[in-house]
Design a protein around this ligand. Structure first.
Ligand code: CNA
Length: 375
């Protein structure tokens, strides 16, 4: 029987696999000293960012990290000198070409399209306190955006290519769409800073439930309740008011040591502490921001190592691939991986319009429209 046919908590077999009850105050199970050091680290990084913006950073007296701080200058430097240790940091913008809306793009972003859920404020859909009172809007949205319905973009495959070329130190993502996993990036190479739909826990007793169990609940429009205590079960994605995964605090210090290139893609850098990661890059690390909209806080006018590419991130990775002579490899990888999927779900304005007119239950969602891995 498949997991979908046999819903049940994965924790059943391992009742010891419980997590302490979640609190809205601090990450669970984190000793005070550790929490204190996390807070100090956040303050340190924030001060570094501030000094950098005020042009007081020690690197201000140094020369530019590369002679030409334009995107073309960056490409030619990469081509001729190479980079050895690359960290990538991404947000919702790397998945918009897959058909998943971001938060803040006016018009198409999620925050402009949540009216049907009658929320007091759009961000309430990801507020833990609101969720506990009224989990329905979140689960309705989760059904719309459930990982598995969308396929990775050229950016996801470019990051996989960086890893295959032993250039990627770590990939930090705010996304919860699991497209990095689907693109074949190994779990140990990434930090899913805002969590994942892959695991789920009861907010009351901490019992763990499987992805298949949760998927069945979401697609049958049932609020997932714990079999043991009847508490609400929530995917382990990080809501406002919840702590970040330990990896997010444990890994940056080592990852950014001697990192010579930080690529930031498709993020407004509005959400903290994720956004503060850019401050971990050492002064001689080149930082490249690839985003549709410019971001004031990135790169002071006198900076020596920041590059802005204002545009589409798929375009930017194709430009990088071309400059490095990787275009054919990237195309081949996308083609090979794409053949594992039945049919792309491409959200066009037409089918979005039809979707809006016709509310669907999970059983009405045409399977051919969903991406499933071929067995
Ligand atoms: P955001 O605040 O919505 O910002 C996205 C940024 O990406 C904006 O500045 C856009 O201009 C830019 N952008 C959009 N499309 C493109 C594109 N094709 N090329 C280049 N830039 C583009 O989202 P952030 O990720 O910065 O905010 C963090 C939130 C969003 C996290 O908590 C996520 O969990 C959350 N989120 C994730 C997803 C997802 O998993 N795909 C979707 C929506 C929201």
């Amino acid at each position: 029987m498949s997991g979908r046919d046999s819903p049940g908590p994965s924790g059943r077999e391992s009742q010891g696999n419980r997590r302490p009850k979640l609190s809205t105050q601090a990450p669970v199970g984190v000793p005070l000293t550790r929490r204190a050091s996390q807070v100090l680290e956040t303050i340190r990084v924030s001060l570094t960012n501030l000094f950098s913006r005020l042009a007081l950073h020690p690197d201000q007296s140094a020369s530019k990290v590369i002679p030409d701080l334009s995107f073309d200058g960056f490409l030619s430097h990469w081509k001729s000198n190479g980079f050895k240790k690359i960290v990538t940091m991404v947000g919702a913008g790397i998945s918009t070409s897959a058909g998943i809306p971001d938060f803040r793009t006016p018009g198409s972003g999620l925050y402009d399209n949540l009216q049907k859920y009658n929320l007091p404020h759009p961000t309430d859909i990801f507020e833990l306190d609101y969720f506990i009172e009224n989990p329905k809007p979140f689960y309705a949205l989760a059904k719309e955006l459930y990982p598995g319905n969308f396929r990775p973009t050229p950016v996801h495959y470019f990051i996989r290519l960086l890893n295959e070329k032993n250039l990627l130190v770590r990939h930090y993502t705010q996304n919860i769409d699991s497209l990095e996993r689907l693109a074949g990036l190994p779990e140990e190479k990434m930090v899913e800073a805002h969590g994942t739909f892959h695991t789920n826990h009861c907010l009351e007793c901490g019992l763990e439930f499987s992805k298949e169990w949760m998927k069945e609940k979401i697609f049958s429009d049932t609020i997932p309740l714990c079999d043991a205590c009847n508490g609400i079960v929530k995917p382990d994605i990080v809501f406002f008011g919840e702590g970040m995964p330990d990896k997010f605090y444990d890994m940056p210090a080592e990852d950014f040591k001697n990192c010579d290139l930080l690529i930031v893609m498709g993020t407004s850098l509005e959400v903290y502490p994720f956004a503060s990661l850019v401050g971990h890059a050492e002064p001689n690390c080149l930082r490249v921001l690839i985003n549709r909209t410019s971001i004031d806080k990135f790169g002071s006018p006198t900076n020596k190592r920041d590059i802005n590419f204002i545009g589409d991130c798929d375009d930017a990775v194709w430009k990088m691939a071309e400059a490095l002579g990787w275009s054919d490899e990237l195309k081949a990888l996308i083609k090979k991986e794409g053949s594992k999927f039945e049919k792309p779900k491409v959200r066009t304005s037409d089918n979005k319009h039809n979707d809006d007119k016709k509310p669907k239950t999970s059983r009405e969602v045409p399977q051919s429209n969903q991406i499933e891995k071929k067995s």
